[in-house]
Write a protein that binds this ligand. Structure first.
Ligand code: GLN
Length: 489
């Protein structure tokens, strides 16, 4: 039997089996992880823990496990990106604006995971209001990439990725507006999936860009992601009018089977200028592996890939400027101490509460929505967004899934972009198209370049998560990239 001190080596499904067999209790598992989190505080992944809350949930899971009718995830720990509001932990969105903010209600995603018996270890660092690609925009410090602590973990779900990669939790939630699950998963050697827009309820997810925001899991294997995604997704008609009224299959039940004859579309635009050679080689080796498993590679075009950057960086800030107008010092979180009058209070509150990147986006968003510029920028961007979605539909006439790199490079050094926002924006080029189209996308470990993890991105048609997970699972049965852990964790 595995020694207790190595529980953190287990994946979600392995841990669930041990809990079910009563070889270990949920409380023991929770205590083990809480001790690891405390011992690895230098990663910077966790913003809040609460031993009493975690142990209470663990004991409740043990009671359900003892009764023999517990759901399959019962007792397995999880930690949540600090974008989900939770009643038992503060919710900050990585912003000073929400420092110490305690929500009176629970997000749908976190309550669904709690209902499925999962035990919450705490809340995870992220870029402020999920705006960023390296977790360097958090008001609560930079998160370190466990593969090389001088590098970023990716963003905006950087705390989520770093926590799973450092084995501080077997799984984490993330949100993906333009790549924030896939890119940090890629930078930290994890498996992560963003479902079809509308699959997962946005209720209680602190809003960034509402037409793009989606929740999803980060874990080590596709099988783990399948379990988690089934627990997270589902219609939420009372709370999120954009949630889809589509049945959620048991994704784990769809994992097995052959991928013989599967048509993998490889967009040539994802292999152009700017793609790092080491990333290209790793992605090629993963594609070759899929071909060995019976898949057929097809050259496809996604001609508007490069346009996804300006389109996204018009639409997302436009929506953000509207969503963030609620932080006025009256209803939530921070309020300035010194001000002259009401307008002055708004101004001072926002000047103090928001970081530079958030301010930049609010200004950009307000500009592109303003009279005279709306048609020139916002409306044009919406038209091109529609064309990008149409390009994907054309591509899916030739192939079943689309594959390519997640990001042009591996994790960059902390500070390397030198506060240049455009350097961050350009790094989103391969994840933005699927986000704009609302398609499901995932990142699967595809090997290493100079010791740093590289992810293979898989993009599916609407509601085709099961197929993506199956392809990823098949790849993981034939490779061990996803099982490697950084040294010293
Ligand atoms: N890097 C992108 C941005 O800053 C995506 C972030 C995200 O997906 N939340 O908007």
């Amino acid at each position: 039997m595995m020694p207790m001190s190595e529980l953190h080596q287990l994946t979600v499904t392995q841990l669930a089996a041990k809990l079910r067999a009563r070889e270990v209790s949920a409380e023991e598992v929770a205590r083990h992880y809480l001790a690891r989190i405390a011992a690895h505080a230098d990663v910077g992944a966790f913003l809040a823990t609460d031993e009493a809350v975690t142990l209470r949930q663990a004991r409740a899971a043990d009671t359900r496990l003892a009764q023999g009718n517990a759901p399959r995830l019962a007792g397995v720990p999880i930690a949540h990106k600090d974008i989900f509001v939770t009643k038992d932990f503060p919710s900050t969105a990585g912003s000073k604006m929400l420092q110490g903010y305690c929500s009176p209600f629970e997000s749908t995603i976190t309550s669904k995971l709690a209902e499925s018996g999962m035990v919450t270890l705490g809340k995870l660092n992220c870029d402020e209001f999920a705006m960023g690609s390296g977790n360097e925009n958090s008001a609560y410090g930079t998160v370190k990439n466990p593969w090389d602590t001088a590098r970023v973990p990716g963003g905006s779900s950087g705390g989520s990725a770093a926590a799973v990669a450092a084995l501080l939790t077997p799984a984490a939630t993330g949100t993906d507006t333009g790549g924030s699950i896939r890119q940090p998963a890629s930078f930290c050697g994890l498996t992560g999936i963003k479902p079809t827009y509308g699959r997962a309820s946005r209720y209680g997810m602190i809003a960034y860009a509402s037409s793009l925001d989606q929740a999803g899991p980060l874990a080590r294997t596709a099988e783990d992601c399948a379990w988690l995604l089934s627990a997270m997704c589902g219609p939420d008609p009372e709370h999120d009018s954009t949630s889809l009224d589509a049945p959620v299959e048991d994704f784990a039940a769809c994992l097995n089977g052959s991928i013989d004859g599967l048509r993998i579309g490889v967009p040539r635009e994802f292999f152009g200028e700017g793609l790092d050679e080491g990333v290209r080689e790793a992605v090629e080796s993963a594609l070759a592996q899929l071909e060995k498993l019976g898949a057929r590679r097809i050259d496809i075009a996604l001609p508007r890939t490069a346009l996804s950057i300006p389109v996204y960086y018009i639409i997302a800030p436009a929506e953000a400027s509207s969503n963030l107008s609620r932080y006025d010092g009256v209803k939530f979180g921070h309020r300035a101490q010194d001000y002259r009058d009401l307008a002055g209070m708004y101004e001072q509150t926002r000047a103090e509460g928001f970081g530079d990147e958030v301010k930049r986006r609010i200004i950009t968003g307000t500009y592109v929505l303003s009279h005279g510029y709306y048609d020139a920028y916002y409306l044009q961007a919406q038209k091109i967004r529609r064309m990008i979605a149409q390009d994907f539909q054309q591509a899916f006439q030739q192939c079943d899934v689309i594959a390519g790199p997640v990001a042009p490079t591996t994790a960059w050094k902390i500070g390397e972009h030198g506060g240049d926002p455009v350097a961050d924006y350009l790094a989103d080029i391969y994840t933005l198209p699927a986000s704009l189209a609302g398609l499901p996308g995932m990142s699967v470990p595809a090997g290493f370049s100079h010791g740093l993890p590289v992810g293979l991105q898989l993009i599916g048609n609407y509601l085709d998560e099961a197929r993506l997970l199956k392809v990823a699972h098949r790849l993981q049965q034939a490779t061990d990239w996803h099982l490697r852990a950084p040294e010293g964790v």
